[in-house]
Design a protein around this ligand. Structure first.
Ligand code: NI
Length: 166
């Protein structure tokens, strides 16, 4: 297991969409465990493979953020959001935008189909923070970033703030 470096906006690799995973062998297992270690070290509630420069359709989330809560790691391989319902405004952060939080509109509930790291298919319905995290991470796999969801002024401000931070 290893902590891998997280790409920061505006690294162009964050814009490259992930490819469908077809090999569920040891390399994928290592990727998933490195992603978990990287996410917990940051710390963050979600991480997509594209954020560490791996162009595979894999993301993980763990929304158990309380100190006493047991970890709730969920692995999504080749995810597909099949239903979006309602609306929620959520203050989001992203490990590729260090220090930034932005209020972003998402669906309040999602239904997602995916495979786990063993290749077993599952379906999950989620709401609240978990639903937001799934939408945010799924966007990463298409090269979409939270800055794309902002209005023009806020987008320009965040862009400049990130450039200045480098
Ligand atoms: Ni993110």
């Amino acid at each position: 297991m290893a902590v891998r470096p997280i790409l920061h906006y505006p690294d162009p690799r964050l814009r490259e969409p992930g490819k469908t995973v077809t090999d569920f062998g040891p390399e994928l297992q290592e990727l998933v465990s490195d992603m978990a270690e990287t996410m917990y070290a940051a710390p963050g509630v979600g991480l997509a493979a594209t954020q560490i420069g791996v162009d595979q359709r894999v993301f993980i989330v763990d929304t158990a953020t309380g100190d006493d809560e047991p970890s709730d790691l969920r692995v999504f391989v080749n995810p597909e959001i099949v239903e979006l319902n309602g609306e929620i405004l959520f203050n989001e952060g992203c490990l590729s935008f260090p220090g930034a939080t932005e209020e972003i509109e998402r669906a309040e509930r999602v239904k997602v189909k995916a495979q786990n790291e063993k290749g077993e298919a599952f379906e999950l319905e989620a709401d609240g923070l978990l639903a937001v995290a799934i939408q945010h991470e799924n966007d990463h796999l298409d090269g979409k970033l939270m800055i794309d969801k902002l209005g023009v002024l806020r987008r320009r401000y965040l862009h400049r703030a990130m450039i200045k931070r480098r």
